[in-house]
Design a binder for this molecule. Structure first.
Ligand code: PLP
Ligand code: ZN
Length: 381
């Protein structure tokens, strides 16, 4: 079943609408109860997010569209003299963590018999959706801002998707894409939005399941989990996954979630700062963190609640901090796009301020590979 987070209206699970008639966002509710198997049973499972299959929407084997996403390593690194952990989610098949969500969303659309989709993206989600659509034999069109990184565009095209470039902000791109769905004369194309589709978010829960499974072996759970946020799929997916594990008695408490935005475009942080429970859209400024430059998040209030309920908070980092963190990460052998460096920048500030204490274990999620924004590092030494 799918229901509206705003007004509670219920829809069948295979509804083709992308939002409620009240314009609210949709949520998925499984009719099954599930329990996540213990690590010793998981070891025998496929090396992908589908090892947590009972916690994902119910699908037949032939509907699962997978490229081996997830199961990414956690490595330790020295950061400001502190040992921290990084989860290398940029090692997913298309170079960003979005493959977790795309695999579940596209599998679900395949099960529904969908053959044509559109999506809007700052680049990585477009590449990810295009890859899984190719794998599923779906026609795919991606709306992007005309200033999107060329390597991301090349990647989207290589997967066989069509690109529609829009002049304007991230929000203008989303609206152009939504208009194209509403005006589609055939009415056969589905808006497969990673920000709106509730099944995408279901896939993101695997981020938390994996961290738990990997850490169970050493019996050391992170005290802090630091994630970037634009629309908040990483933040919400991690939160919901950890909450699942808590409800099932597999965790004793939630790790504190630190949700990081870029200062120049930080509507969720602004709301947090003012003690709000809703996010007011802003006019965002320019940031090198192109993957999180979102001025009007779809599930902003839920992101705020996730930070608070986990005992964590929302923060914003400056362009200078992002730049310096990106270079320092590379010097640790971790080549990520500037968007992902916000996490390392936040860790740096939290270590400097003593918020993260000496014996705390802090884990940052590194979301996007550096190769697609290689130009950013050109001439830097
Ligand atoms: C999409 C993206 C994010 C942010 O995801 P949201 O769901 O918008 O919060 C972070 N990092 C990278 C590399 C991304 O591509
Ligand atoms: Zn509604």
């Amino acid at each position: 079943m799918v229901y509206c987070a705003r007004c509670g209206r219920k829809y069948p699970g295979d509804t083709k609408i992308w939002r409620c008639s009240c314009k609210g966002e949709l949520e998925y509710q499984s009719q099954y109860t599930y329990s996540i198997p213990p690590p010793e049973r998981l070891t025998l499972r496929p090396h992908s997010i589908w090892r947590y299959r009972e916690a994902l929407p119910h699908l037949e084997d032939e509907d699962i569209v997978s490229l081996g996403e997830g199961c990414t390593p956690i490595v330790t690194a020295k950061w400001k003299g502190f040992p921290v952990w990084f989860k290398l989610d940029f090692l997913c098949p298309t170079g960003s963590y979005k493959d977790r969500g795309s695999s579940v969303m596209i599998s679900r659309l395949k099960q529904m018999g969908i053959t044509s989709i559109v999506e809007d993206s700052s680049g990585n989600a477009g590449a990810s959706v295009a890859a899984y659509a190719a794998r599923a034999g779906m026609e795919c069109r991606i709306f992007v801002a005309s200033h999107t990184s060329p390597a991301k565009l090349a990647q989207i095209r290589a997967y066989g998707a069509k690109i529609k470039a829009v002049d304007g902000t991230r929000q203008d791109v989303a609206e152009a894409c939504q208009r194209s769905v509403e005006e589609d004369p055939r009415g056969e194309t589905l808006y497969a939005s990673h920000n709106w589709n509730p099944f995408f978010l279901e896939g993101m829960k695997t981020l938390a399941y994996e961290i738990w499974e990997q850490c169970e072996r050493s019996k050391i759970m992170p005290d802090w989990v630091v994630v970037p946020a634009g629309y908040g799929s990483c933040a919400l997916g991690a939160y919901r996954g950890f909450r699942d594990l808590l409800n099932q008695g597999r965790l004793s408490h939630l790790p504190r979630l630190v949700i990081v935005q870029a200062e120049n475009c930080a509507p969720i942080y602004q709301a947090y700062l003012h003690g709000e429970t809703q996010v007011t859209p802003i006019r965002g400024g320019k940031t090198v963190a192109e993957g999180i430059a979102c001025s009007s998040p779809v599930r902003g209030s839920q992101v705020l609640a996730a930070a608070r309920e986990s005992g964590g908070f929302i923060m914003a980092v400056s362009e200078e901090e992002i730049d310096s963190a990106a270079i320092s990460l590379a010097r640790e052998g971790l080549f990520v796009e500037p968007t992902s460096a916000v996490v390392a920048a936040a860790l740096g500030r939290l270590i400097d301020s003593g918020t993260i204490a000496k014996n705390d274990v802090a884990l940052g999620i590194l979301t996007g590979i550096g190769l697609k924004t290689g130009y950013y590092y050109e001439g830097r030494s």
